[in-house]
Design a protein around this ligand. Structure first.
Ligand code: FES
Length: 61
């Protein structure tokens, strides 16, 4: 039996933004949740993902 590929976990469920998308944005130079929101739509709903997004972007609180 073959194992399914591990899914790219969603960091922002509301905006349907995956971890890979956030890391790609970081590689393009995105360094704030505001910029990320404009680019990807992440953190445009409930706001619960903010800390995870900051973590992935490497922003220290
Ligand atoms: S999970 Fe990102 S805004 Fe709701």
């Amino acid at each position: 039996m073959t194992q399914p590929e591990p899914e790219d976990p969603l960091v922002c469920i509301c905006g349907h933004v995956s971890e890979t998308k956030v890391l790609q944005a970081r590689d393009r130079g995105i360094r704030s949740v505001n910029e990320l929101r404009k680019e990807t739509g992440a953190n445009s709903g409930c706001g619960d993902c903010r800390w995870d997004l900051e973590d992935l972007l490497g922003i220290s609180p």
